[in-house]
Design a protein around this ligand. Structure first.
Ligand SMILES: [Zn+2]
Length: 182
């Protein structure tokens, strides 16, 4: 069984009548010797999130606006931010968090190419640990994406890398001022 740290025990009443625990009698055990209460606590702590709670967690922690799309392979994909910042894919027992990215397949064909930050087995991890892990992944992915944004020297707009002509000038300014057509 997965080993988890248990909080300090204080004298308490057993919540259920089970073998070794008599209802109404205060449990004066402190520490792991009170197996009944410990097991109950561990069961609660080890419970995973249900699917509805997982999706709610993703939706509320992604940058807005959030777009959702069910893909042909049955996976549910979320894209947070506009321009996109973070991509989350849920398929089976796996939730994957990636940095939004775009590659150009030709001058007018942007293709979304997310780069993976990490995946978690959401059905196996206890809810509290999954939530912490998910938040870390979402935050890291967003920071990685925003770190790639550049400020255009001509229009002073901060733009994602796929909108930049080079490190200094955005594509709109290049077209407007320098006459370069992509
Ligand atoms: Zn510009």
């Amino acid at each position: 069984m997965l080993k988890i740290s248990t909080p300090e025990y204080t004298p308490h009443s057993h919540r259920k009548t089970t073998i070794g625990a008599i209802k109404g009698i205060r449990c004066t055990m402190s520490g792991p010797s009170c197996t009944s209460c410990r097991n109950e606590l561990m069961m609660t702590e080890l419970n995973p999130l249900d699917a509805v709670a997982l999706l709610r967690e993703i939706r509320t922690h992604l940058p807005t606006p959030v777009r959702e799309e069910m893909q042909l392979d049955g996976s549910l994909v979320f894209v947070g931010g506009d321009p996109g910042e973070v991509v989350v894919r849920v398929r089976g027992n796996k939730v994957s968090v990636a940095v939004f990215g775009v590659v150009w397949k030709g001058p007018h064909t942007p293709v979304v190419r997310p780069s993976l930050v990490g995946s978690l087995n959401w059905k196996r991890l206890p809810a509290s640990r999954l939530t912490i892990g998910l938040h870390i992944l979402l935050e890291s992915a967003r920071k990685l994406r925003l770190a790639k944004y550049r400020k255009c020297k001509r229009c002073s707009e901060t733009r994602p890398p796929e909108w930049m002509h080079d490190d200094k000038t955005c594509q709109s300014c290049v077209e407007r001022f320098l006459g370069i057509v992509h």
